[in-house]
Design a protein around this ligand. Structure first.
Ligand SMILES: [Zn+2]
Ligand SMILES: [Zn+2]
Length: 154
């Protein structure tokens, strides 16, 4: 005789009211065992349960996969750029290292602070990745991002 294989999928969200998870799991085991043993599964029909197998599993709530900017937490647009236009990641992908977003600007400010982007003492070109307080490799002149800082240092 042909057997009919059916699967009952029962998802339950409990409000535990202080009851622990293991107790609720046992409760779900009881539901199945009782239904099989007291005939609920087959009711008034002449069918019989040949075999059953079940498990109770904890379902995880799916996390929403809205990606957020690693710097400011704003959501990212479809291109993966930060929605906050004041955030450096609005112009750069999240894979860009945070430091590298700032260094070029810092360097740019320093280079712009010196006419022609060269050392005021010796005329050597200031290197592109120069940082506040770096010195000229040729003459030792210390570079700053603002004239005020430059004056204060002298
Ligand atoms: Zn951002
Ligand atoms: Zn120099």
């Amino acid at each position: 005789m042909k057997t009919i294989h059916l699967r009952l999928i029962l998802d339950v969200n409990f409000d535990p009211n202080g009851v622990d998870r293991d107790t609720l799991v046992r409760q779900m085991h009881d539901v199945v065992n009782r239904a099989v043993n007291d005939g609920t599964l087959t009711g008034e029909t002449p069918a019989t349960v040949e075999h059953y197998n079940f498990k109770v599993v904890k379902r995880r709530r799916k996390k929403r996969s809205v990606k957020k900017c690693k710097k400011c937490g704003s959501p990212l647009n479809q291109r993966g750029r930060c929605c906050d236009i004041t955030c450096p990641y609005s112009d750069h992908p999240q894979s860009t290292a945070l430091e590298s977003l700032y260094e070029p600007n810092e360097s740019k400010a320093i280079i712009n602070n010196y006419p022609y982007g060269v050392c005021p003492d010796c005329g050597w070109k200031i290197r592109k990745n120069v940082k506040e307080g770096d010195d000229c490799r040729n003459c030792g002149h210390v570079f700053y991002g603002s004239q005020a800082a430059e004056n204060a240092a002298e």
